[in-house]
Design a protein around this ligand. Structure first.
Ligand SMILES: Cc1cc2nc3c(=O)[nH]c(=O)nc-3n(C[C@H](O)[C@H](O)[C@H](O)COP(=O)(O)OP(=O)(O)OC[C@H]3O[C@@H](n4cnc5c(N)ncnc54)[C@H](O)[C@@H]3O)c2cc1C
Length: 370
């Protein structure tokens, strides 16, 4: 935690908090104050857009400022695989990722019609079957499936794997369609997104700031670090998959997310490096080799894009909402931006409402005693 910021923990939503029942401000005046409080959300990545929606839905006046000229410019969210896979992630992450991530499946289904709820499949080469057992032991809500069941789920993988783990409740989405859908929804609710606006300071704006700048917020959150991820987008006319496939391998774990129309995202490296340069030859070869091991048809696929970005992460790799002077920070979404943004947006909106109520009540008390 930075010296200036205080972390906001999980707690009851503000309307369930019994302390609020004894607040002194008349309801009408409080409502008026809340609807006239101005909130500036900085950053139109997945965290910023989810926060803006959540705040608007709580009746607040919101605007978003984004440094990029359009959605996705300079945003880590544009590079994401878009897997909503809390049970698969549980195999290698803290239980909080599952607790916070599970509700995001219905959050996304409600807000983005392109959310695909076909589950995920985890496979391993025959010699690495022990990896599957280890994976299953570290998580829950998965079924063992045999070669025939694999072929029913994914006909193009028929005969390639004899055992797999199927996670029926997981989902995926295309971030490059999901983010515009959130932006459209904000537009319908008259929440402006001001592109090309490099936000520097809240001084003189008379607004409360919700800072969702991702890795750029390191000036205020010095313990934030970048974790490099490289990904490749390909098109194959010979292969069709209905759900994300994870290939377990001691050296080259990989996932492939179908984007429709023969397009697949192959991801992703996890490198403790803040180097923003292009993808390395080694990473590219390893990702493509692993894809080829999943199915040789990837050997004939057309490479559409090789991308790199840095995932914003705190030392414990868990996201947080922190409160600093005049601002709330929503950050550290690491490799779970799409999975955890809905829960973090709810937490941030609760904290903002609490803070506005505190200010209003203090204000009124001061006026009464004057
Ligand atoms: C290869 C890869 C694969 C991934 N796959 C998945 C996945 O399958 N599932 C999943 O849930 N997560 C995944 N992630 C993680 C996810 O992408 C991140 O956790 C998430 O994008 C972080 O979102 P954010 O909104 O915090 O940051 P960002 O998306 O980086 O957004 C920050 C925004 O703030 C703007 N900004 C910065 N400074 C300013 C300023 N001064 N003024 C105005 N605007 C500013 C930036 O331009 C940017 O648009 C993946 C990440 C990578 C790299």
């Amino acid at each position: 935690m930075s010296g200036l910021c205080e972390e906001i923990g999980l707690r009851q939503p503000v309307w369930l908090n019994p302390l609020n029942l004894i607040r002194v401000m008349p309801a009408k005046e409080r409502e008026f104050r809340l609807s006239h409080s101005r909130i500036i959300v900085v950053g139109a990545g997945v965290a910023g857009l989810a926060c803006a929606l959540e705040l608007e839905e709580r009746g607040l006046q919101v605007e978003v400022v984004e440094r990029g000229r359009r959605l996705g410019d300079g945003s880590c969210s544009w590079m994401a695989g878009g897997m909503l896979a809390p049970w698969c992630e549980r195999a290698s992450t803290d239980a909080a990722v599952l607790t916070l991530g599970e509700p995001s499946l219905s959050w996304w289904s409600r807000r983005f019609a392109g959310t695909v709820r076909n589950g995920s499949l985890v496979v391993a080469p025959r010699r690495d079957t022990a990896e599957l057992t280890r994976f299953a032991e570290r998580t829950e809500r998965c079924d063992w499936v045999d070669g025939e069941q694999i072929a029913r789920l994914e006909p193009d993988l028929s005969g390639r794997f004899h055992r797999a783990l199927f996670f029926p409740d997981e989902a995926h989405l295309d971030p490059r369609r999901a983010l515009p859908a959130l932006a459209d929804e904000l537009g319908k609710r008259s929440v402006p997104i001001r592109f090309g606006a490099d936000f520097a300071s809240a001084d003189g704006l008379g607004a409360l700031i919700v800072d969702c700048r991702g890795l750029s917020a390191r000036d205020a959150l010095p313990d934030l670090r970048g974790v490099r991820g490289e990904m490749i987008v390909v098109r194959s006319r010979d292969l069709s998959l209905s759900r994300p496939i994870r290939l377990l391998h001691p050296r080259l774990p990989l996932y492939i997310v179908p984007r429709g129309e023969g397009v697949f995202m192959i991801g992703a490296t996890m490198i403790e490096s803040e180097e923003r340069g292009g993808a390395s030859v080694r990473s590219t070869v390893e990702l493509l080799n692993a894809a080829y091991a999943l199915h040789p048809a990837f050997g004939e696929a057309e490479i559409l894009e090789i991308g790199v970005d840095l995932r914003p992460a705190f030392p414990d790799n868990l996201p947080a909402v922190r409160r600093g002077p005049g601002a709330f920070y929503v950050n550290g979404l690491y490799r779970h931006g799409f999975l955890l943004a809905p829960a973090m947006a709810k937490r941030a909106a609760d904290a903002v409402l609490d803070s506005l109520m505190e200010t209003s009540d203090a204000d009124l008390r001061q006026r009464r005693s004057a």
